[in-house]
Ligand binder design. Structure first.
Ligand code: ADP
Ligand code: ZN
Ligand code: MG
Length: 657
């Protein structure tokens, strides 16, 4: 029972990985900066074990569906008709394997092998039973003992482990070649991208994002021609922060910078620092910067810097944790650079709003490149980029796909075409058709359908009225997006979904739209109450209520939409800002103000609910008709829905904002 429309406000649920550090709570002992550093040999062995586990996991992607109750006569008959790909005899059991079938489970392709298992009669051997028929192409395998089998099954695992060791040793020896010793590599744990690698990423691999690329090209130029800028008296930027929602290509852009600049590029992720033992994070930063300086001009890329650079909370916990030490070390290193050092630090974050302001001061990350969700034109370019190598059917129009994917990130778009291609493979189609792409969009937006989620007739009925409630309220208000699709096929955890699709990209959202959206969120619950009575309202509206509450709080606390409280920010430390990095004042509101905020939020929410209920009450008969149709068809598209409103009085003219 979800209503989908506005792009999600990035949530701050991402917990800092430091909580997982078992040593975190313990006093910061003299852990000796080097003594806890993992020994390279131990790392390799652990990695090999890990790889073996992964290999074992992949191996189990083939599922055997064993039929223990197969009848021997039946197996013999099927054998002669060529139904099996392999017959395996082990002691007195015979397993007859059918060819693997592919099935999609969740988002993985799983191979299913049907196996018929029978016990051989004590007096008849397989030859007696006719399992050596030359005319049948089925492979016949006779296994001698169980131990031998176990060893054979272990082979892929062992091969994986040996391969990994080989690759690791090869990498280490290469790192060593450049003068840096392999241990230093382990110490800083940064990955170095080889600027001459064949598969390097360049700006050509980033579709759209023209302005972002221009900004970054400047950085590349600083590194390539530092003298040009120094002669002009220009200060070379120290740190460049890329901020934007997840999946917008920040990591990709950073790798492209490495490819373009052709200088050593050290890459490490903030979460990797966090996972380290006490005292090691700071030491690693030191090593990393030291190495980068030796190799200058060079780039250090810190991905997901919010994992370490989170605002330090005053008072709580004394603030001497690992994260803070690491952060302080970064700041110290950055301050230690002089204008002659050609090391640029590039960082990326989805949450610039939670970053410690010390990071953003001049001389540190003083350049910010905001990376937005792609607009229509860029979505088309990204789709075209990811469509390369995928045979698209003639009926596919990527412009229209771009138009229906407002709010999708680059990663979503790549994902979408990949899903469509998987679907094509599943259906043994030679091309990816428009219908497959449409299905993939729905999967990305609304989640996979869960046909197995059984709902009772009453639940289905309530769901239908609930979803139509969202749709009708949205239709009757001026500032909402058009209904794209209503469905009561369960998806994810929801029984149904109403999908509103914006017709164009939006940078700002008006107050009027916020209010209309709120009422639309309550359309579901209001419909339940109107049609089934207040005793029968369900838990299905919980996510609608959650989202509405979040919106109303933002309206009052951040957007200044409440006239009484005025255009003041009450949210600085309490509500997640957006990725642009709101300059929070860090103030804590007075108790009296807080009460007033709560009261206003409640007022807005109750008012929105009343508005929704009013609309539902005024359109009961229409609601009934649409819900009956939806129950029958389970899904309804915009045209069918809109057709119900022909000749209906009081339809608003859709507003532009
Ligand atoms: P972020 O670091 O911002 O979360 P990533 O750089 O990891 O995002 O992007 C994830 C994937 O999404 C990329 O590997 C790429 O396949 C795709 N992608 C994102 N933006 C673009 C783009 N502008 N052009 C092409 N592919 C993109
Ligand atoms: Zn709902
Ligand atoms: Mg990333």
């Amino acid at each position: 029972m979800k209503k989908k429309s506005l792009p999600k406000i990035p949530s701050d649920k991402k917990s800092s990985g430091i909580l997982r550090n078992p040593l975190n709570g313990s006093p910061k002992g003299g852990s000796g900066k080097g003594s806890r550093r993992p020994n390279p040999f131990v790392v390799l062995v652990l990695a090999a074990v890990f790889v073996s586990a992964v290999v074992a996991l992949f191996a189990s992607d083939t599922k055997q569906n064993v039929n223990e109750k197969a009848a021997l006569s039946d197996v013999i008959a099927q054998y002669h008709s060529g139904a099996y790909s392999e017959i395996i005899v082990e002691g007195n059991t015979l397993s007859a394997k059918k060819p693997a079938k592919e099935k999609i489970v969740g988002d993985r392709v799983v191979k299913i092998v049907d196996v018929d298992k029978v016990l051989l009669p004590p007096n008849d051997g397989i030859v007696d039973l006719g399992f050596n028929d030359k005319a049948v192409p089925t492979k016949l395998t006779i296994k001698e003992d169980a131990l031998g089998n176990a060893l054979i099954e272990l082979i892929p695992t062992l091969v994986g482990a040996v391969l990994f060791l080989g690759v690791a040793i090869f990498l280490f020896s290469r790192m060593g070649g450049g003068g840096a010793n392999p241990v230093a590599f382990i110490k800083s744990r940064a990955r170095i991208y080889d600027p001459k690698a064949k598969d390097k990423v360049t700006f050509a691999d980033v579709a759209g994002s023209v302005e972002e690329k221009e900004d970054l090209a400047e950085v590349v130029d600083f590194l390539k021609n530092p003298k040009k800028y120094r002669d002009l008296g220009a200060k070379i930027p120290r740190g460049v922060l890329m901020a934007g929602p997840p999946g917008t290509g920040k990591t990709l852009l950073a790798r492209a910078v490495a490819g373009e600049a052709e200088v050593p590029f050290f890459s490490i992720s903030g979460s990797e620092f966090v996972e380290m033992f006490v005292g090691v994070g700071a030491a690693r930063v030191r090593d990393l910067f030291k190495e980068a300086k030796e190799k200058a001009p060079s780039i250090i890329f810190i991905d997901e810097i919010d994992a370490i650079g989170k605002r330090r909370s005053p008072g709580i916990g004394g603030g001497h944790d690992e994260r803070e030490q690491t952060l302080n070390q970064i700041l110290t290193e950055m301050d230690g650079f002089d204008n002659e050092t050609s090391v640029i630090i590039l960082a990326a974050t989805n949450r610039a709003d939670v970053l410690d302001k010390a990071l953003l001061r001049p001389g540190r990350f003083d350049r910010k490149i905001v990376i937005n969700l792609p607009n229509l034109e860029d979505r088309k370019k990204i789709l075209e980029f990811h469509a390369k190598g995928k045979p698209l059917d003639a009926d596919v129009d990527l412009s229209s796909v771009a138009a229906t994917t407002v709010g999708f990130s680059g990663a979503d778009l790549g994902n979408l075409l990949n899903e469509a291609a998987i679907l094509a493979g599943k259906l043994s189609s030679k091309t990816v058709t428009a219908a497959m792409i449409q299905q993939a969009i729905e999967k990305v937006v609304m989640g996979n359908t869960k046909k197995s989620l059984r709902m009772t007739e009453l639940e289905k009925k309530i769901t239908a009225y609930h979803e139509v409630g969202h749709a009708i309220v949205g239709k009757m208000l001026a500032h909402t997006d058009p209904v794209h699709k209503i469905s009561i096929i369960p998806r994810g955890g929801a029984g149904g979904v109403t999908w509103f699709l914006p017709e164009k990209d939006r940078t700002y959202v008006s107050k009027a739209k916020y209010f209309d959206e709120l009422a639309t969120y309550y359309g579901g619950r209001a419909a339940e109450e109107v049609f089934f009575g207040s005793d029968f309202i369900t838990t299905g509206a919980s996510s609608d209520i959650e989202r509405a509450t979040e919106m109303a709080r933002a309206m009052v606390m951040r957007y200044g939409f409440d006239e009484d409280l005025g255009p003041e920010n009450f949210a600085a430390e309490q509500v997640a800002g957006n990725y642009l990095g709101a300059e929070g004042s860090g103030k804590i509101v007075s108790e009296k103000t807080q009460e007033k905020i709560d009261e206003k939020v409640r007022l807005i929410l109750k008012g929105s609910y009343s508005k929704a209920k009013e609309i539902i009450l005024a359109n009961r008969e229409l609601h009934d008709r649409i819900a009956v149709k939806l129950l029958e068809k389970e899904e309804m598209l915009r045209e069918e829905f809109d057709a119900f409103f022909e000749g209906v009085e009081g339809l608003p003219e859709k507003a532009v904002a």
